[in-house]
Design a protein around this ligand. Structure first.
Ligand code: GLU
Length: 295
């Protein structure tokens, strides 16, 4: 048989080693794998281990083993290397810092000294939207530290010289519609300032946010399509703002429907009942998981 034509498709699997993979991950990763293989493309494994409090080597080992057991293979990754190494985010801080400085110097960011407690209080104030936040649904930042345009604080020279003492937020263009075409859900649109607010780009503990690291890596690793769970649809809107601000070309998007348990609850990593480990121990096969995963 002649070999398939070379493809420019580059997809990625981007698990965080902060817990055991569950059925929801399996479904997303089956979809990412199938889309890359159907396109005769390249699939990358990226280890999203920026959260140093929660990332653990044993979860990294478990994730590699679970992916192998599921029959998912990849062409570049932390375990096998590749042209865009390193593939673990904890080893890529220098490139995040370059992007952070670019955003900061072009005026897209402002320093924020609000503590988690301040934000929790603001989120529960009666005038704020108190709808229970999901993972992708941070409460809208109330704007406490947002400089008023034209004020002395909004001038770059008055910003703190160290990036490490404060959090840095991206100032979203209030009221602007962020639209994109999703390969699964079709056209999507979110309104900046209404559906999501000024979001964190750099944390006071010198760690970039997921949003920044993801954009920098997907661009650096030449990803042409991002396949991930529908819980990250709003993050895609946030990331599109970062692509625009950094003058980068965004990839295509394919969001997978979320998996819920029999009670209709979203699967989380702590939901051990449906971890791949547990299903495996119960004698379920990857084929069974794949069948229940078609959408
Ligand atoms: N590391 C993220 C997670 O585990 C996935 C991010 C993404 O696919 O963009 O949820």
């Amino acid at each position: 048989m002649p070999s398939p034509p070379a493809s420019t498709y580059r997809g990625r699997l981007a698990p965080s080693p902060t817990g055991l993979l569950h059925l929801g991950h399996a479904r997303t990763f089956f979809a990412a794998h199938a889309r890359a293989r159907n396109a005769h493309g390249t699939l990358i494994l990226r280890n999203e281990d920026l959260d140093q409090q929660r990332s653990r080597p044993e979860f990294y080992d478990a994730m590699i083993e679970d992916l192998h057991w599921l029959g998912i293979d990849w062409d570049e990754g932390p375990d096998i290397g590749g042209p865009f190494a390193p593939y673990s985010q904890s080893q890529r801080l220098a490139s995040y810092l370059v992007a952070f400085n670019q955003l900061r110097n072009t005026g897209f960011l402002y320093p924020c000294t609000c503590t988690r407690k301040d934000l929790a209080l603001a989120a529960s104030a009666p005038h704020e939207d108190t709808a229970a936040p999901t993972e992708d649904d941070d409460p809208i930042y109330p704007g406490t530290c947002r400089p008023v345009p034209g004020s002395p604080e909004s001038s770059l020279k008055n910003l703190p010289s160290s990036h490490s003492a404060v959090n840095w937020r991206f100032r979203v263009p209030d009221g602007e519609a962020i639209s994109f075409h999703d390969q699964h859900f079709g056209p999507r649109q979110f309104i900046a300032g209404r559906d999501f607010g000024d979001f964190l780009v750099w944390r006071r503990d010198a760690v970039p946010s997921y949003q920044l690291a993801c954009v920098v890596d997907d661009d650096a690793m030449r990803i042409t399509e991002v396949v991930r769970g529908a819980d990250l649809l709003k993050s895609t809107a946030r990331q599109l703002l970062l692509y625009h601000a950094l003058k980068l070309l965004p990839p295509a998007w394919y969001h997978c429907p979320l998996v819920t348990d029999s009670a209709g609850q979203r699967l989380a990593k702590r939901h051990d009942a449906l971890s791949i480990r547990t299903l495996r121990r119960q004698g379920r096969t990857p084929q069974e998981l794949l069948q229940s995963a078609s959408f």
